[in-house]
Ligand binder design. Structure first.
Ligand code: MSP
Length: 655
């Protein structure tokens, strides 16, 4: 039986665009703590999802000329693909457009209304559509004389409409008391103080319905209103685990142990959300952690600035473990940090390829060389071994302390301290010298055992952070099963299986040449710009005028057939001619076509194209041509072949 439950959530992301590295940052952090708790034997529930309602999304879909649901469906697919690529092992992906969620959100609204915590009035004030947030005059900032949102600094809109209000003010004192009595409720501490100040300044009642758009959950007691998107969104944390639909499961996991969010939405999670829960008479989550922002080198990531870092490209270029490692290692969780490809490559080369990769490679090679690949038993111990073993034991304990406080960076630093110490142990024990003398074999056995065991312990401790590497290490040091099935306690010293054979494999992290990589990025950019340009040229070019009309009969004189290209070769000496052998159904023919600057033989052999079969034969460049292939070209010099939309017999007539 597993011990306690552990319930962790990420924010549910807006499907208004593809996700970027900042979103991946929160989600990798949540995945890591979930994997860690699972390894410790907790009955873990890890929730992520998408926040699909609201005016912003409705407008985005409209701008894209798509039906709103179709639009979000398509983007949500890209979310799930990204999580798969990063090996995010969530237990449930909630979509706020799910019927079960919508029904329960309505029930929550109704319950609060029936209790008198929601009442109807008129809203007059400022609204920020990108943040879906209401602001008072006092809270706004000014930019170039224009009133802007204090969070995202974009213009706000004046809204006047009938609205339902949630009596936040009623719960302000209780909330303050809770925050003060439970210091771990808001982390990190600096942000807790910000929130306390915010609440102490007084809470206005919150407008919780809108009438100016429809893409939302309808207010159950009033047709013209939809429920404010943050009430809808925050409720996901309880609807997803069965609040009001599967009470047993809900009670099993609630209260959540951890809501992980970016600092931008901490206020929603530490003011609005706890008050909703108080009004529903539910327990509050144990902790809301507001981590810092991952900025781009040119500031906050935004599409308009063109500085958004796409995690998919990075995963393709460097592998997911390198990205996971970088995100967790580079920036102390809680503070802001800057993403840089240079720093990422630096981490890959120094920590992953050099420290860890080399340790594995050196160790496995020595077991091959000195013991015919078989993992030896411990025989002759020395003082220096104890130091390594103690460090390994302490590392496990230290990682536990750091993980309790979500200090991923510090936890990884501790693990790398062990990796580096183990590399040093090789230099200190000098196995290559021990290997020269048969009498030193007992000592050499112990040294290699310790190296392998340190690698095994490291691989077990890395399991929450990196998801492919531990197994790759396991394969090479012949401990795959043990590592795959390892719980956290298996990171204790002494679990190495002996008598089995190691296998030297590929380097687990190949080194990246920084300059070569940047040159490659430049080349990609140029290719993209080139493609963009040729698209533009395509659309801007002057098309050739339409020729004089012909009669139907005149057209019918041309015998156009479907033909399959069987062979193609360049005509020596010509710069654009290909000699083709084609099958036109009734017979095989030889044609000459001026297309070699656009297509190679490989491109076109096997293609079905259209040919004019009754053209006068001609000799071109000394080669006989019986017919002509049809192709389209534009003044910018682009050429495409005419083909058929589905398979059809060679020789079929085109009319
Ligand atoms: N839909 C709301 C959240 C509702 S939760 C009940 C929302 N969505 S969002 O798509 O804008 O995602 C916001 C979250 O993404 C942030 O809180 C943060 O966790 C993460 N990040 C987005 N950009 C980020 C960075 N540049 N850096 C770090 N995290 C960032 O707000």
């Amino acid at each position: 039986m597993s011990k306690d439950t552990y319930y962790v959530t990420t924010p549910i992301y807006y499907p208004s665009d593809k996700l970027h590295i900042g979103h991946a940052y929160t989600t990798v952090a949540a995945d890591t703590i979930a994997r860690y708790k699972k390894m410790q034997g907790y009955d873990t529930m890890f929730l992520t999802g998408s926040d699909e309602h609201g005016q912003k999304i409705e407008r985005k879909a409209e701008a894209a000329g798509k039906d709103t649901k179709e639009y979000v469906d398509q983007i949500v697919t890209t979310f799930k693909e990204l999580w798969k690529k990063l090996d995010i092992d969530y237990d449930y992906f909630i979509r706020t457009t799910e019927a079960r969620h919508e029904k329960v959100v309505q029930a929550i609204f109704k319950e609060l209304y029936d209790k008198g915590d929601i009442y109807k009035d008129k809203y007059e004030g400022w609204y920020c559509t990108p943040c879906e947030a209401f602001w008072t005059e006092r809270q706004l900032e000014k930019k170039g004389g224009e009133k802007v949102c204090p969070d995202c600094h974009r213009p706000v809109e004046w809204v006047e409409e009938e609205s339902y209000f949630f009596k936040m003010s009623k719960y302000a004192d209780r909330l303050l008391q809770h925050i003060k009595e439970h210091p771990q409720f808001i982390e990190p501490e600096s942000r807790r103080n910000e929130m306390i100040n915010f609440i102490e300044n007084g809470l206005d009642d919150l407008s919780v319905s809108r009438t100016t758009f429809d893409w939302g959950v309808p207010v159950p007691i009033d047709d013209g209103h939809v429920i404010y998107v943050w009430i809808d969104a925050l409720s996901n944390y309880i609807t997803a685990i069965g609040y009001k639909t599967d009470q047993e499961n809900f009670e099993h996991y609630w209260p959540a142990d951890l809501h992980l969010v970016g600092k931008d939405i901490l206020r929603f999670h530490t003011v609005i959300w706890p008050i909703i829960l108080m009004a529903l008479e539910l327990e509050l989550p144990k902790q809301v952690f507001g981590h810092g922002w991952l900025l781009s080198e040119t500031g906050k990531m935004s599409k308009s600035k063109g500085n958004v870092v796409d995690p998919v490209v990075l995963i393709e270029d460097f592998g997911r473990d390198a990205i996971r490692y970088y995100l967790l290692r580079e920036v102390a969780f809680g503070t802001d940090g800057t993403y840089s490809t240079e720093a990422l490559i630096q981490r890959i080369n120094s920590d992953l390829a050099n420290d860890l990769g080399n340790l594995l490679n050196r160790t496995v090679s020595m077991v091959e060389q000195y013991f015919d690949s078989v993992i030896p038993e411990v025989e002759e111990k020395e003082e220096i071994d104890k130091e390594l073993i103690n460090l390994a034991q302490n590392t496990k304990a230290d990682v536990e302390v750091e993980m309790e406080e979500l200090k991923y960076t510090a936890a990884l630093e501790k693990i790398w301290n062990l990796v580096r110490r183990t590399n040093k142990y090789i230099d200190q024990t000098a196995p290559w010298i021990l290997g020269r003398d048969e009498n030193n074999k007992p000592r050499l056995k112990t040294v290699l055992y310790n190296l392998l065991e340190s690698l095994r312990v490291t691989a077990v401790m890395l399991k929450p952070f990196l998801t492919d590497t531990p197994e790759k290490i396991g394969e090479q040091i012949a401990q795959l099963d043990g590592i795959q099935n390892a719980g956290w306690e298996d990171a204790n010293w002494g679990g190495l299986k002996t008598g089995v054979k190691v296998t030297n494999g590929e380097p687990i992290f190949p080194r990246i040449d920084l300059e070569e990589y940047f040159a490659e990025i430049e080349a990609r950019k140029e290719a993209e710009e080139g493609a963009e340009k040729s698209k533009e040229e395509d659309s801007e070019m002057d098309l050739v005028d339409i020729k004089d009309r012909i009669t139907f009969e005149e057209f019918m004189n041309a015998d156009i057939r479907v033909a399959e290209i069987l062979e193609a070769e360049i005509i020596e000496g010509s710069d654009k001619l290909l000699k083709l052998q084609v099958d036109i159904g009734l017979e095989e023919r030889q044609l000459v076509a001026g297309i070699s600057q656009h297509f190679t033989a490989e491109d076109i052999i096997g293609k079905k194209i259209l040919v004019v079969a009754n053209l006068e034969p001609a000799t071109i460049f000394g080669v006989k041509s019986e017919g002509m292939i049809l192709a389209a070209s534009n003044p910018a010099g682009k050429m495409v072949l005419s083909t058929v939309s589905d398979d059809i017999a060679n020789g079929s007539q085109v009319k």
